[in-house]
Design a protein around this ligand. Structure first.
Ligand SMILES: [Fe+2]
Length: 352
């Protein structure tokens, strides 16, 4: 079982959303109509993936967090991932009337989000994020085999219009913070926090050519700030956000819209360390569905862990080796911790 002694950081945001809310701000009709498509396609990696590896992948060691997290990858520079046609299809799906009617949310930090639309109402996006070629690309950059964490957060869409900001975590070329922490704190769109899931991939769905700001600031293990530029249209950034304290900076100017897609990812292997929490997503989700998806994957993983351990015990027995009491107790305590973590997350909440 992959494990380190590093305690899981606790996400600190968003603290003020206990119950999911529908947006009070209406999206402009021009944005909706401008994104609509009539020629829906089926996702096809050969046609819709336009991948170029990132120029650089910053390691946990480079940001002073050696040995923490699930892999050595901290954060990538933006890299091309999807074709323009794929982005057009994704936008067409996101702004379909079915999705707008059912899946719009707001939070203390983002006036307009669209989430929870996968898989049934967004087959193109769902297929894209479950495509073996796409997941292979993402996994190689992350340094660990990843899958979408659960359907609800497969493609959280953050939308900001005009000069307003969203709460996306994004990145690119790190620059040392040269002594302007106060101004940067004032520019924060989203306070310092850790994500709820090990990795996020942020893909930009709009043209941000002339936008200023919108970076992600990370705090290194040495306490320094590093600023990462956000992705541009069609490009993506991968970050191990569960183990890196970070905040999004406000985006100003540029185009009239900023639309980003945040994909939450977890290890494919059920034996990997799993410190997922629901803190950051419970208040912006339809809780019964989120809890089902979380409980289902965790219990599936627990089932696989038990099967794996049974094979270990059987192999040892067949090899006429004595039962390893200490090892068995360590394993059982790990699983008890896993169940205790579920009990901590599956708390009763009001549902509107
Ligand atoms: Fe984040």
């Amino acid at each position: 079982m992959a494990a380190t002694a590093v305690a899981a950081p606790v996400p600190t945001a968003p603290p003020t959303d206990r119950i999911a809310r529908r947006p009070t701000k209406i999206l402009p009709q021009s944005l909706i109509e401008g994104s609509r498509i009539t020629d829906k396609q089926t996702f096809d990696a050969a046609k819709h993936v336009n991948f170029t590896p990132p120029n650089k992948i910053y390691t946990m060691e480079e940001i002073g967090l050696t040995g923490q997290g699930l892999s050595s990858t901290a954060i990538s520079e933006p890299f091309p991932l999807f074709t323009e046609e794929a982005i057009r299809q994704m936008r067409g799906e996101v702004f379909s009337q079915t999705i707008l009617d059912k899946h719009q949310y707001q939070s203390s930090f983002a006036s307009n989000m669209i989430r929870g639309h996968c898989p049934e109402d967004a087959p193109f996006i769902w297929d894209a994020w479950n495509d073996p070629h796409v997941l292979d690309i993402i996994s190689k950059i992350a340094g660990i085999d990843l899958v979408p964490a659960w359907p609800f957060d497969t493609a959280n869409i953050n939308i900001s219009v005009n000069t307003e900001t969203d709460n996306v975590e994004i990145t690119s070329t790190p620059q040392q913070d040269n002594g302007k922490p106060k101004e940067e704190e004032e520019m924060s769109a989203f306070g310092w926090h850790y994500d709820s899931v090990p990795f996020v991939c942020v893909t930009m769905l709009s043209d941000c050519t002339n936008m200023v700001g919108g970076e992600t600031m990370i705090r290194t293990g040495r306490g320094e700030h590093m600023k990462m530029r956000g992705p541009t249209m069609g490009t993506a950034v991968i970050m191990q956000g569960r183990y890196i304290e970070h905040q999004a900076l406000k985006a100003i100017g540029g185009g009239k819209e900023r639309i980003s897609m945040v994909t939450s990812l977890r290890p494919r292997s059920c034996l990997a360390k799993d410190e997922v929490v629901l803190t950051g997503v419970r208040g912006i989700s339809y809780v019964p569905e989120l809890y089902f998806q979380y409980a289902e994957y965790r219990l599936q993983a627990l089932k696989e862990r038990v099967r794996h351990q049974l094979r270990v015990l059987r192999r040892r027995h067949d090899a006429r080796r004595d039962f390893d009491t200490l090892e068995a107790r360590v394993w059982l305590e790990e699983q008890r911790g896993y169940i205790d973590a579920m009990l901590a997350e599956l708390v009763e909440v009001e549902v509107e």
